[in-house]
Design a protein around this ligand. Sequence first.
Ligand code: DGT
Ligand code: CA
Ligand code: CA
Ligand code: ZN
Length: 572
Amino acid sequence: MDNSGIAAVFEELAELLEFKGENPFRIRAYKQGARAIRDLDESVADIVADPDRKLSDLPGIGKTLADKTEVLLESGELPQLAKLRAEVPEVMIQISRIPGLGAKKAAMLQKELSIESLDDLRKACEDGSVAKLKGFGKKTSESILEGLSIAEQAAERIYWSAGDDLANSISKHMKGCRGIEKLEWAGSYRRGRETVGDLDLLVVAKDRDAAMDHLETYPEKSQTIGRGETKISIRVGKAFQVDMRCVDAHQFGAALQYFTGSQAHNIHTRRIAKEKGLKINEYGVFKLDDDQQVAGETEQDVYAAIGLPWIPPELREDRLEFKAAEKDSLPELIETSDVRGDLHMHTTATDGQNTIREMADAAIERGLKYIAITDHSQRVSMAMGLTPDRLREQWKAIDEIRPEYEGRLEILKGIECDILEAGGMDLPDDVLAEADWVLASVHYGQRQSREQITERILGAIENEHVDCIAHPTGRLINRRPPYEVDMDAVMKAVAKAKKLMELNANPARLDLNEIHLAAAKKLGIPIVISTDAHNIHGLDVMQYGIKQARRGGLTKADVANTKTFKQFQKLL
Ligand code: DGT
Ligand code: CA
Ligand code: CA
Ligand code: ZN
């Protein structure tokens, strides 16, 4: 079993324990261990085999995890996992993801109504059997129906970040196959969609059978779904599909363009081609009259053949890209290396796991020049939100630390201040006035009416001390719908008040989405891309926010935390 196989076992274990309501610290230990093992640049098996080294010496891996890893390496399985899998059928976990349902209700539904799939549950809601169940009723049944689509999507589509981990792991595996001349990912993954339905791989190989054989030896492969002359589909883990196509070098660009999609984008390119007397498909661009190939080897050639500059994959959704391409005004999209600051992070003062110093050091390691410490305010009692006294204490600590970091990192005294259910901010104005940076966000009363919740957020924008609205819609991808907020009204108010809006880079949030980002750009609202890190590793999610920003067509100039610290201060 290789590193990613071991990591997958611990991830599944964490998920099952979470379902059973186990100790959150234990669950976190498994998750962190999985991450640590996945990120390792040497084989766990080698470390275990080395008598001079101990697995538990690695950061993020405790004694329990080290022991279990040894069992896994020896026997290829974990008795505890088999037991948990038998106790918690997959469908139970899927049901528990419906907003408003927890593990308990999911288990009840599954057992009482012998539900085997989400489709069964839909039927049970529609025929009234859920409403008849003790503790459920008509209203619950209706809200389950509403939430089912989210659970169904979660069962089918994975976060882009998870797709990225898998794609990188498969790329690495495929490097072990000689004779592969080119390898590139296509599909929604290449376009950077928030979620990915399956992965699409394209290769040019001297020996196609050898390339397909090699994919079949990918350690996490659970099944070969189908295999033909040029295409193979495998299943990885429980349900995820990976397609690989082998193409000729002179067709590679055309295939890459075709299989990157989106379908809507391709329909539009075909139309443009036709107008020019050309035909475009996965094999190349051809003249309509005599079928002669005019392009196909590279994507640049393919676009050039139909009179367009190369279009970045993130923009290929048939929204604005063709208009911009025709005018040669495609935006120069932002890149991760453009980022200079991170303006949303938590510490041990509330629900973070690292201290201010640890976060600061990790930020420097990642090349950042400035950060803001933004712990929660008092209303967020579950996270030990800060009272005015505790917040001022934290700011005093920052004052003390600052000299150590002079010339290396600016540390802003910030706060993520809750917008209260009844409206108004969770901390008094005189406290907010002392902050360098104030994020305003909604954590409670998320299911209020459109009017109520919009009113609350507009109120925060009007508060002179608030700088930025954090995760403005509150959605959690595959988990929770956005608030019913009037985003048009919010954005207009933000633009008028000359404030900023966050793009939260957490792969489960990516909030704002790309449509909102494009709208914000149009209104001239500066976007702040933030990690909302709760520990030092959380700082690494910046790349996912950048992907989303690119999908919204944002350039470096549209994003405030690409500025130098001085420029950023001026903006405030
Ligand atoms: P996904 O997998 O649901 O996240 O989304 P995609 O976009 O990766 O879709 P997928 O895997 O079905 O196909 C990959 C690309 O291949 C798609 O974006 C466009 C292209 N493609 C696939 N089937 C068709 C088709 O029937 N017509 C056209 N025009 N393009 C197709
Ligand atoms: Ca796909
Ligand atoms: Ca596919
Ligand atoms: Zn936060």
